[in-house]
Design a protein around this ligand. Sequence first.
Ligand SMILES: *[C@@H]1O[C@H](CO)[C@@H](O)[C@H](O)[C@H]1NC(C)=O
Length: 287
Amino acid sequence: MHPFILLTLLLPAHGFAPLVTAFFALYDGADASPTIKAKPDMILVHGAFHQPSCYVKVVALLKAAHYTDISVPDLPSVGNLVDRRPDIEAVRRTLLHRLDQGRDVVLVGNSYGATVISEAVKGLKHPPRGRILALVFISGYLPTINEVLHPETKSDIKTVVPSNFRIADCSTKIYSNGDNANFPPSKAFYNLLPPFEAALWSKQLDYSSYAALNATATYIPYTGDFRCVYIVGKQDNSVPPEWAKTWYQQSGAKMEVLIEDFDHVPMLSRPVELTKILRRIAGETLT
Ligand SMILES: *[C@@H]1O[C@H](CO)[C@@H](O)[C@H](O)[C@H]1NC(C)=O
């Protein structure tokens, strides 16, 4: 079943419907102040193991704030044995289409999705039409500058994966349920969600293709070509703050850094706060 349908079926049973309505009400009111410019397009990219549905709350909030063009591409590397290229293509196709229409775009990537948006903007610093306003890395798992300059030094992902990553089927798939006793998804990804909701989202996780996660990047967008914002989650157990530093404190890296009371998937646990941040990055002045 498509995750969105599943979610629609499950949400009322769990009493989320009033919550979503409340978000809308809150945000319609908050948006009464005049805005300076037209809202840019948003492209929201999920991470490994996840589905586009993890953005359902943020999409609702952005729509309520009058963002009309929001794309949430489905990365083929979740649940399919493909390398990273189809993921990048999925994002780039949408991006080029929007730019071609003269639209301004903000790209958002969670975890591995940060790697995908980084590669998708290659060569697009000065597009003929439209502009890329920012890349936002939410708990981004990013390629390093060194990996691009010296690809031969990049280590196989199996040497750096956390204990919840389970490599299966002759190193073709990676699951996130490798340590359910000590480090289940409810701890790795959803530690700020109520347990019943963490259980609901954990059930939707699928494998990610090893080849996609292990691929080597060919471009770094965060050394000056683009405005890049890195959002660190103080309570992120998958990319903890200390690990995030190894990316944003690299010599030559130019990123704005926001340190928030977030876990690894704040789209689900802190959607109101996260949406406010995205709207500010998109150019809104919010109190
Ligand atoms: C993973 O990537 C490394 C290079 O970064 C490569 O040497 C290795 O063969 C890859 N592993 C698999 C299973 O493809």
